[in-house]
Design a protein around this ligand. Structure first.
Ligand SMILES: Nc1ncnc2c1ncn2[C@@H]1O[C@H](COP(=O)(O)OP(=O)(O)O)[C@@H](O)[C@H]1O
Ligand SMILES: [Mg+2]
Length: 557
């Protein structure tokens, strides 16, 4: 303004003033164009470079440049997708997985794991896989099917047996039992007291050591003395000491609390109950071997089954991460682990595991792709952890709160021209939005992103934030897949028909019932145990205690 008055005093006319302002503005705009061009050139050059490497396409950036990511860049690096529901996260991620499967079928030494807590990720991925296998040579098809694990907990006609009490090679006994106790406790109802926590940990450790399934343990909880007297070969002194000395003094409420949680898990779905009876367990280490494809699908959980889904989802994530980080695992290649609607599997125990994982799993060559709707659903500390540890951030249509929480990923160009009010005089120079105005601008842009469109921020890339349109992804429907191939893909290598699993559960449970019905005889002598665990001599102490327990009438057999 001042300058204008000075110019007036110096006799510069209005027309000259406008002319000068226009020149000035044009110069600024040229500067802006050069800056944007430089960014665009850097992007094009980088994409050109990546085209010469093994890569997967993520989608298109206007004006029609394919956004490529080198497979090597996905090795041990994490990604985070967030956007409102229906904005295309699952499809976008499924398209990425389908590209990875194509690379896997061509022999790239990668493993792919999908965990879908909700939605159709696994369905899309399996349909895409079926289509790829349909065209693959028969030998390759067989190889891939032999390495395929499909666990569609509430949907599949088959389920792999998954004894969750199978001894893990990746964690000490008590730590495995404690994780199980924590997850089951937090995911299935209000938290247990510390006393019940100990009880659950010790009982689970005992079940793990003696080869009891969760089904059998649940039945034995009706008869606590049997749990004491039917000792298998207990090698863990802490468990033995607990069972012999402290367990008989536990109140009925303790065992009831644990039993009711197991009931919720077991009553969810008959097939699932059969799968939990085992005896086999899922080999999580195998999921990380190059050429393996593993799908865990929790979508379609029955009404009221949210807690059980959380418990099972959390256990899957725990088991996968324990296997990934285990020193017992030989690392043979990179793995991409996609978790859709990750927030539905979070418990405090999972959060702790994931927090360790995102910072350490890089060395295990595992890259995790988190997908979730809203940042508000996630623990703040976890959001912070992700924000500092992901290499890729995909931000789709999001409300102002979520976009605001992701503001650190949004561009700060300082080069967004300020809109000029209609009929306002031409400024002396092109004016740009301030930092805070620019943030508001991008937050608004996020709110109006069309479906399938994401802002993509790639850490340490030589170019800035890109606007990405995910490819159209719609694998053929199952009806277009030959039915025998469909059955093979949906079953995977280890699936067992549900009816058979249900029969297995019945047998395992009958056996456990028979065992504990005979557990405490009038003379206090425990009979030979039928089933897997060998008969072991009963210590007189445990027998008297068991009798005392029965006499007290707390829990009569
Ligand atoms: N890349 C895509 N290709 C084809 N259809 C898409 C794509 N992205 C989204 N859609 C459509 O939008 C719907 C919602 O997409 P989805 O990926 O399930 O969203 P979100 O996971 O974000 O809730 C899909 O059912 C599909 O009809
Ligand atoms: Mg989804």
């Amino acid at each position: 303004m001042n300058a204008r008055w000075v110019r007036r005093l110096l006799g510069v006319g209005r027309a000259e003033e406008v002319r000068r302002a226009r020149v000035e503005e044009e110069r600024d705009r040229a500067g802006l164009r050069a800056h944007l061009d430089a960014d665009e050139r850097a992007f094009l050059a980088e994409m050109e470079r990546r085209s010469r490497m093994s890569h997967v396409p993520l989608g298109n950036c206007p004006p029609g440049v394919s956004y490529r990511v080198a497979l090597s860049a996905l090795d041990g690096t994490h990604a985070w997708w967030s956007a409102g529901t229906g904005s295309g996260k699952t499809r976008g991620a499924a398209a990425l997985v389908a590209s990875l499967l194509r690379a896997l079928l061509l022999g790239e030494p990668i493993a792919v794991i999908c965990v879908a807590m909700q939605g159709d990720l696994v369905d899309l991925v399996l349909r895409a896989l079926a289509e790829l296998l349909r065209r693959a040579p028969a030998k390759r098809r067989r190889e891939v099917l032999e390495r395929l694990l499909v666990a569609r907990f509430f949907r599949g006609a088959t389920l792999p047996p998954m004894n969750i009490f199978a001894r893990s090679p990746h964690a000490p006994l008590l730590s495995q039992a404690q994780t199980l106790a924590e997850v089951i406790e937090h995911a299935l109802g209000a938290s247990l007291g510390s006393r019940q926590q100990t009880a659950a940990t010790m009982l689970f450790a005992r079940a793990i050591e003696t080869g009891l399934s969760v089904n059998a343990l649940r039945l034995l909880l009706n008869n606590p003395p049997a749990l004491v007297t039917l000792a298998g070969p207990l090698s863990e002194p802490l468990v033995r000491a607990y069972l012999e000395q402290r367990f008989p003094r536990e109140s009925a409420a303790t065992t009831d609390g644990i039993a009711s949680r197991l009931d919720r898990l077991l009553s969810l779905d008959a097939g699932l109950r059969g799968a939990l009876a085992g005896p086999e367990a899922i080999d999580y280490t195998a999921c990380f071997r190059p050429g393996s494809i593993s799908c865990f699908d929790y979508s379609g959980s029955p009404l009221g089954g949210d807690d059980a889904r959380r418990a099972l989802g959390a256990l899957t994530i725990h088991s996968l991460i324990a296997a990934a980080l285990s020193s017992a695992r030989r690392i043979e290649g990179q793995t991409i682990l996609v978790v859709d609607e990750a927030q539905l599997a979070l418990t405090s125990a999972t959060m702790a595991t994931l927090s360790t994982a995102v910072t350490t799993i890089r060395a295990a060559r595992v890259g995790i792709h988190f997908i979730n709707q809203s940042l508000a659903q996630l623990d703040r500390g976890f959001v912070q952890l992700l924000a500092t540890n992901v290499t890729w951030r995909f931000l789709g249509r999001s409300g102002a709160t979520d976009a605001g929480l992701s503001a650190e990923f949004l561009p700060r160009t300082g080069r967004i021209p300020k809109p000029r009010a209609p009929f306002a005089p031409v400024g002396e120079r092109a004016e740009y939005l301030s930092r805070s105005e620019e943030e508001t601008y991008w937050v608004q842009e996020c709110g109006s992103l069309p479906r399938r469109t994401f802002f993509v921020m790639e850490r340490s890339a030589p170019f800035g934030v890109r606007r990405l349109e995910a490819p159209e992804f719609d694998p053929p429907p199952w009806s277009a897949i030959p039915s025998d191939l469909r059955a093979e893909v949906e079953r995977g290598a280890t699936g067992v028909p549900r009816e058979e699993l249900i029969a297995r559960a019945r047998r395992a449970e009958d056996e456990a019932l028979a065992t504990h019905a005979n557990a405490v005889h009038d003379d206090g002598e425990a009979p030979a145990r039928r089933g897997r665990a060998p008969k072991v001599p009963v210590t007189p102490d445990a027998v008297t205690r068991a009798e005392r327990w029965a006499r007290k009438g707390r829990r009569t057999p």
